[in-house]
Design a binder for this molecule. Structure first.
Ligand SMILES: O=c1ccn([C@@H]2O[C@H](COP(=O)(O)O)[C@@H](O)[C@H]2O)c(=O)[nH]1
Length: 231
């Protein structure tokens, strides 16, 4: 089943049981789901099989960042697992991203391939801490251009940068935005945030939402409310 919803719910859980219990409270006609490092480290590919059985399309968010050959082979295995979307760190560079893209050319199932620009948990002082004397917006722009040049389908960025990316990379280049916080919800470790409504108005293609849904008293209702706001 495919959904037209822009919502991707982050299933950040330490085991299969909790993740599937959450998936069963959600609705694959209202969202896709994301499997990240915590859950995948706990379960391996078995979680993907279970989520596919439940009709969810899955974003495998492992943010590969390695030498070109290693990164490309990992992306190829993700394709064989039937995921809908997979990602790499754009800061791995053009040769790494091209190798990943070329690996997908050999596959019968080709997931969307997305480059992570600047983590939504980072602000300017964090970039300075890793030796980058640049505003997040500027670094996102630079890495989005490099990602597009490398032939990927789009980027992970914050919703705040989507208008700029649309200008620079055009309307077909996908934007996937974590750092989504409904009004009044805890920002937590995220820094560059927007509400679901602001994000959809900014033109994001997909918005990744974790704790505001998974830690809500009624996760299914929280999803329905946000889906209503962005419809
Ligand atoms: O820049 C990034 C890249 C990935 N993420 C992931 O998205 C979710 C966000 O979860 P919340 O609970 O809504 O904060 C999480 O799985 C991150 O690993 C990101 O936040 N920022």
């Amino acid at each position: 089943m495919t959904t037209t919803s822009p919502i991707v719910v982050a299933l950040d859980f330490p085991d299969m049981k909790q993740a599937l219990s959450m998936a069963d409270q959600l609705d694959p006609s209202l969202c896709r789901v994301k499997v990240g490092k915590e859950l995948y480290t706990a379960t391996g590919p078995a979680i993907l099989e279970e989520l596919h059985k439940r009709n969810y399309e899955v974003f495998l968010d492992l943010k590969f960042h390695d030498i070109p050959n290693t990164c490309a082979k990992a992306v190829g295995v993700a394709a064989d697992l039937g995921v809908w979307m997979v990602n790499v760190h754009a800061s791995g560079g053009q040769r790494m991203m091209e190798a990943a893209r070329n690996e997908l050319e050999k596959k019968s199932h080709k997931p969307l391939l997305i480059g992570v620009t600047v983590l939504t948990s980072m602000e300017q002082s964090d970039l300075a801490g890793v030796g980058l004397d640049v505003e997040p917006m500027k670094q996102v722009e630079r890495l989005a251009k490099l990602t597009q040049l490398s032939g990927l389908d789009g980027v992970v960025c914050s919703a705040r940068e989507v208008a700029l990316i649309r200008d620079v990379c055009g309307p077909e280049f996908l934007t996937v935005t974590p750092g989504i916080r409904p009004d009044g919800s805890d920002v937590g470790d995220q820094k560059r945030v927007m509400t679901p409504k602001q994000a959809v108005d900014a033109g994001v293609d997909y918005m990744v939402i974790g704790r505001p849904i998974t830690e809500a008293a009624h996760s299914g209702c929280a999803l329905e409310t946000i889906a209503g706001e962005v419809a």
